[in-house]
Write a protein that binds this ligand. Structure first.
Ligand SMILES: [Zn+2]
Length: 412
């Protein structure tokens, strides 16, 4: 319930929670942190998410949600599929537009035997030899705690859909195999972003992976080097003469792996080069890839070496318009919770790239993770709490969308 409306033309949805509402929508911090620790202690590498999936399915079923698992695990060679959960809206909130919340179940390596250590200042880190897994158990824990809080306190809420995806860390494998036709929601909130709570990513890049295979001719390096064609030499020159790093404001190029040759006394007949291009918009990646292909081919020819290419588009760039309800709802919820709202661009991919590609409007929300994909990964008790609180606020935003528009126009 909004008891105060700020008179601000730009922020027409601004509302502050009443004291009673703040109290009602408080999450259970102890339960949240215990859940987070429990999640962290479960091994859940990409394609090995079964234990976590089982835990979540049990918890959410007990809370009254219908839970189903798809066959993404089978298709990808993993042991768990995507979990899709549906929660009917409450009597006084069920008529509002349904919303989708999502987080992924897998964590990057090193991840076996993780333990969450809570420091006196509230910082949560791993024991030091594994990642923490806040990416993305922070998101999973926030969503679960929000549902528990709303169910326990019987708060009015919208119709909610949840998608817990598998294999996100390997090019969004689960999200790629998910059947989007079953979704009712048109708005997606993906909890999978580092940085302060209130950060909301509305723009993300294409991730374009490519492989170049240089094929030369082997020869004895001492007896007959002139009869060979050195694939490593060709690849080295080709790589050295392209620009890498931030090539333009919204365009990065990286050669991340090379592999080739057989022995030090043999002119190498093969060299594999793997790289990645990121850009927004998508067309920049395609353009850059063509440039790299042409350049590699020309260089290889001077060595008498052939080069062949293959590529894979990991995800497609998107930009969610800032004025859409999916963005405005987060802004409004942050203001109601006293959390600074910040729209940001990210240069990382997420399942949201796939949601947008399937016609949804989506954003990625910070949920309490820092220094991800490293053994220094951290979270914080306060951040996890704020993330869960923010999810509660969005789920329980049952002021009718149409009513709100009328309010903003001063018609009510
Ligand atoms: Zn993630």
């Amino acid at each position: 319930m909004l008891i105060q409306q700020k008179k601000n033309r730009k922020n027409r949805w601004v509302g502050l929670c009443s004291k009673g509402e703040i109290e009602m929508k408080k999450v259970n911090q102890n339960r949240l942190i215990q859940t987070f620790q429990h999640l962290v202690e479960m091994d859940s590498p990409s394609l090995g998410e079964r234990q976590v999936g089982q835990f979540l399915a049990e918890q959410l079923t007990a809370l009254g949600l219908s839970v189903s698992e798809d066959d993404a695990g089978i298709q990808l060679g993993g042991n768990c599929g995507n979990l899709y959960c549906h929660w009917e809206g409450s009597d006084n909130g069920g008529k509002e537009a349904p919303l989708l919340f999502s987080a992924h179940l897998d964590t990057v390596e090193p991840s076996r035997g993780k333990k969450a250590v809570i420091l006196p200042d509230g910082t949560i880190r791993s024991a030091g030899d594994t990642v923490l897994g806040a990416d993305d158990f922070a998101g999973v824990a926030a969503i679960l705690e929000a549902v528990r809080t709303i169910a326990e306190k019987k708060l009015p809420h919208r119709e909610i859909e949840l998608l817990f995806s598998v294999a996100e860390e390997i090019y969004s494998g689960g999200a790629t195999h998910f059947n989007y036709e079953q979704l009712k929601a048109k708005e997606a909130y993906v909890l999978d972003l580092s940085g302060p709570i209130g950060n909301c990513a509305y723009r993300a890049p294409t991730i374009f992976a490519f492989t170049a295979e240089f094929e030369g001719k082997s020869a004895h390096a001492g007896f007959a080097p002139e009869t060979g064609a050195n694939a490593i030499a060709a690849a080295a020159k080709a790589i050295a003469s392209i620009r890498q790093g931030r090539v333009a404001e919204s365009l990065t190029v990286n050669i991340g792996k090379i592999e080739g040759g057989t022995a030090r006394n043999i002119v190498s007949d093969y060299c594999l080069v793997q790289g990645e291009i990121r850009s927004n918009p998508h067309a920049l990646s395609v353009e850059q890839y063509e440039k790299i292909k042409n350049h590699f081919t020309k260089v290889a020819q001077t060595f008498g070496v052939n080069v062949s290419f293959s590529h894979q588009i990991g995800c497609m760039a998107y930009e969610t318009p800032k004025e859409l309800p999916v963005v405005q709802r987060v802004k409004h919820a942050c203001e109601a919770c006293g959390i600074p709202f910040k729209l940001i661009e990210t240069f990382g991919g997420s399942d949201n790239n796939h949601f947008v590609r399937h016609g949804m409007s989506g954003v990625v929300l910070a949920c309490g993770m820092r220094d991800c994909h490293s053994t220094k990964e951290q979270s914080h008790v306060d951040e996890l709490t704020r993330a869960a609180r923010l999810v509660v606020q969005i789920m329980t935003d049952v002021t009718g969308d149409s009513t709100r528009e009328k309010e903003a126009e001063g018609r009510i």
